[in-house]
Design a protein around this ligand. Structure first.
Ligand SMILES: Cc1cc2nc3c(=O)[nH]c(=O)nc-3n(C[C@H](O)[C@H](O)[C@H](O)COP(=O)(O)O)c2cc1C
Length: 317
């Protein structure tokens, strides 16, 4: 498994996306055009260290094809970060990332994720506990935003003093949610701080990147080590390719790719741990851009089981 420092420059990362980037979709993306680095969906350490543990462990399951894979965690209690970090090292993750950017109302109300921008004492305790748990065996990183209500570079300065292996900056504040374009010139301000304070910390930019070519241009323009792509993958499952074949894929090829996804889903979530409706957001990706796609999507989105989905797909190839 390559260390983060061995990754190409710039390197390309598949963003963590809740209910999207599970082991199934990571494998599909990997087969289409692999990123250099994967993240799990965020998983709660306080839940992992409680009775709900088994359900959450399933959420971060992976296969060797998805390496290097970073486990992204969030929560409240530093001791649970410590215990979880130790376990993640033993499970074979390539790194541990701390979510300090999620803007969700409930999460913030609970003092987690982006709320840590305003609770720096706890943020530091969490970083220290995770680094102690990882014990230098895997890198510890942070993913965050430009600030809470406005850009606040004192936050990044503090983070950069914590000897992090990597810092990912999503170019919006918490207040902005996803409502404004990402500000790459502001991400570049953090990169300047990084150059001064922590040249060993890799800096990754994130926000509105459509594909590899777009990311390459931003990495060069703003001198970044890595580029993280999230929703770009909804428009093109080959977003990490140098030259994507997606626009020219036939109806049959698109249907076959979705059938592959549904089959992997059925083999992975054998006890309905993930509801069939979670597939609907993927349906929009694949069943698109051919005559009759809209009508077929309507049928597929009403399917009640993976078997029903697969028969409909086979009938319509
Ligand atoms: C459906 C969805 C789920 C997300 N879940 C997570 C998550 O679990 N952890 C995280 O750090 N960010 C999460 N994000 C934020 C993305 O990782 C990324 O920062 C954001 O979408 C901006 O990048 P993009 O414009 O390339 O999508 C999520 C975003 C979406 C759209």
């Amino acid at each position: 498994m390559p260390a983060l420092t061995d990754l190409p420059r710039p390197f390309f990362v598949l963003a963590p996306m809740d209910d999207v980037t599970d082991t199934v979709f990571r494998r599909i993306v990997g087969q289409c055009a692999a990123p250099d680095l994967y993240f799990t969906e965020f998983v709660n350490v306080d839940g992992l260290q409680s009775a709900g543990r088994d359900r959450l462990l399933k959420r971060i399951q992976f296969t060797p094809a998805e390496q290097p894979l970073i486990a992204q965690i969030w929560g409240k209690n530093p001791e649970n970060f410590y215990k979880t970090a130790k376990e993640l090292v033993a499970m074979g993750f390539a790194g541990i990332d701390l979510n300090m950017g999620c803007p969700d109302k409930t999460v913030v109300k609970n003092g987690c994720c982006s709320a840590l921008i305003n609770n720096r004492e706890l943020a530091l305790e969490i970083i220290k506990a995770t680094q102690d748990g990882a014990a230098g065996k895997v890198p510890v990183s942070v993913k965050t935003r430009l600030g809470f209500n406005q850009n606040d570079y004192t936050w990044h300065e503090l983070l950069l003093r914590q000897d992090l292996a990597m810092l990912t900056v999503h170019g919006r504040t918490r207040r902005e949610m996803s409502d404004v374009p990402a500000r790459w010139e502001d991400i570049a301000q953090v990169r300047e701080l990084r150059d001064r304070i922590a040249p060993q910390t890799l800096l990754v930019g994130n926000g509105d990147v459509e594909n590899r070519a777009h990311g390459m241009q931003l990495a060069q323009q703003y001198t970044l080590d890595g580029i993280m792509i999230g929703r770009g993958i909804f428009k093109d499952p080959f977003a990490f390719a140098e030259q994507s074949p997606w626009p020219t894929l036939t109806r049959q090829e698109r249907i076959d790719l979705y059938a592959k996804h549904v089959t992997l889903f059925a083999h992975t979530w054998t006890h309905a741990e993930r509801r069939i409706v979670t597939l609907n957001k993927f349906c929009k990706i694949y069943i698109n851009n051919f005559d009759g796609a809209k009508e077929l999507r309507e049928q597929l989105m009403n399917a009640q089981s993976s078997d029903e989905l697969l028969s409909l797909l086979a009938l319509n190839r």
